[in-house]
Design a protein around this ligand. Structure first.
Ligand code: HEM
Length: 454
């Protein structure tokens, strides 16, 4: 979530500048504007077979109509279009498992190149040695389950502050703008300005951390860990400050925006489905009894709550088309030759809504996740909100921990209703097209503190 990630990267008084919010949008915009021409690169078919310059034929999630002109055909899973104009469809498993080694690189896009310090980050990096080492660094030193536990006090403190803030709005009978509180969404700006502002922001964070007089915190944060690894020279390449800045950009972009979007979609679904909200709050009450704060150890016991979170990921994957993959080399998928540098979009939303795998897929029905082990860890190819294979999200545990703790506390501490001048039916599912799918209209609700002594 915005609040916890901010604290993890900035224990000082730094705040994420306006530019970060603009940056998130810029990346979303560049995804649409810059990838599309790229896709049409391979015009000439090779002599013996049709090539498959993959075109983005998938729509964003169904409730979201805004991107329909960009996504004209509804085709499930992964879709390619041959140079002859025929549509073909591949399974996610074929591309992310069987042929993962052929599709594990990323297309090079001008905007992302600049923001990722010439692709020396993790998200936008090509699949090379530097990427592999940095990804291991992330998995082992920043986002392992041990690190997730280590950062728990930071998440706890941030969530307590959030509860306090909502409590004071609640006492004043004021509505809470959850979209704003959990992570906001703003409009586009010029790339150069964003890059400059972000670069200065990272510099400021790093110099704060290098300052020998800085206050000593009991817990090291992500920046301390990265600077220590730089100092220890553990890599086959020289880990520079630019690498650190590029990874910081990834943490801020990938770690804040996605969790915030999911938190808002979960609250939206619960408001639209009051019986599910009641069942969930009953579970919270029966497991937590009179405890006022939900601890991370409690979250593990909340079976229905976890099913609600999974169901939100299925219907509203934060990044419905994952992040674009690219063919590393010429390969053959289900009888079609694919040229190197072909962009491939994997439609996690369509995969999670495919009728052969999901009964009544359009319904929000958390019970479908009870009594089975289907999970988003990249093993179940009918449910891949974090991707799968070599490019799977390394921050999955961190993201889930922050999201679940915040949501469980929001739902355990408060009852939620729409403001008096709004009807529940007025809450919509409109989204803003982009890499991360945010709710378009802010979700504003009135919170009432629950009593925990019954
Ligand atoms: C609810 C939260 C999150 C969701 C839904 C999410 C989802 C994703 C998805 C779909 C991808 C692309 C997978 C692909 O291309 O196949 C990805 C990549 C990535 N995510 Fe996350 N993510 C979340 C949280 C985080 C957090 C908290 C961090 C770090 C603090 C993070 C860091 C990354 C990085 C570095 C990559 C690039 C991996 C690569 O290219 O190899 N994510 N994430």
């Amino acid at each position: 979530m915005n609040h916890s990630a901010r604290n993890q990267t900035t224990p000082s008084n730094n705040t994420i500048p306006q530019a970060m919010l603009i940056l998130l949008n810029l990346i979303a915009l560049s995804f649409f504007i810059l990838i599309l021409p790229n896709l049409r690169k391979h015009k000439k078919p090779p002599p013996h077979r049709k090539p498959t310059p993959v075109q983005p034929l998938h729509p964003p999630p169904l409730p979201v109509q805004a991107g329909q002109d960009l996504w004209p055909n509804l085709v499930p899973e992964i879709c390619a279009k041959t140079s002859g104009g025929d549509s073909i469809s591949w399974s996610g498993k074929e591309v992310l498992k069987t042929q993962d080694c052929n599709f594990c690189t990323r297309p090079s896009l001008v905007g992302q190149q600049r923001l990722s310090y010439n692709r020396i980050d993790v998200i936008f990096a090509p699949h090379n040695e530097c990427f592999r080492e940095l990804k291991i660094l992330c998995v082992v030193h920043l986002f392992s389950s041990k690190k997730v536990q280590y950062f728990y006090p930071i998440r706890r403190e941030e969530d307590s502050k959030m509860i306090e803030k909502i409590s004071s709005l609640s006492s004043a009978s004021e509505a809470v703008n959850l979209s704003e509180l959990l992570g906001s969404y703003q409009l586009y700006h010029l790339l150069e300005r964003i890059f400059k502002e972000m670069d200065e922001f990272y510099d400021e964070i790093i110099s704060d951390h290098l300052d020998p007089n800085k206050p000593k915190y009991e817990h090291k944060d992500f920046v301390d860990v990265l600077l220590q690894l730089k100092e220890e020279r553990r890599f086959s390449f020289d880990l520079t400050l630019d690498h650190i800045k590029a990874v910081l950009m990834n943490i801020i972009v990938a770690g804040t925006d996605t969790s915030a979007a999911i938190a808002v979609w979960t609250m939206t679904e619960l408001m639209k489905n009051p019986s599910i909200m009641k069942k969930l709050q009953d579970e919270l009450r029966s497991v937590l009894k009179d405890k006022s704060f939900v601890e991370e150890t409690d979250v593990q016991k909340l079976e229905f709550f976890q099913a609600v979170v999974k169901e939100t990921f299925r219907l509203h994957p934060a990044t419905p088309l994952l992040v674009a993959h690219e063919a590393v080399q010429k390969c053959t998928v289900q009888g079609y030759d694919v040229l190197p540098e072909t962009s491939v979009f994997i439609n996690a939303w369509a995969i999670g809504s495919d009728p052969p795998s999901w009964r009544e897929p359009e319904l929000f029905m958390p019970e479908r996740f009870l009594g089975n082990s289907i999970n988003f860890t990249g093993q179940d190819f009918e449910f891949i909100p974090f991707g799968a294979g070599r490019r799977i999200c390394p921050g999955m545990l961190t993201g889930i921990a922050g999201l679940e703790l915040a949501l469980a506390n929001l739902l355990h501490t408060f009852d939620w209703k729409v403001p008096t001048d709004v009807h529940e039916e007025d809450i919509d599912y409109d989204g803003v097209p982009g890499v991360t799918m945010h709710k378009k209209n802010p979700l504003c609700l009135v919170a009432t503190k629950r009593t925990h002594d019954t």
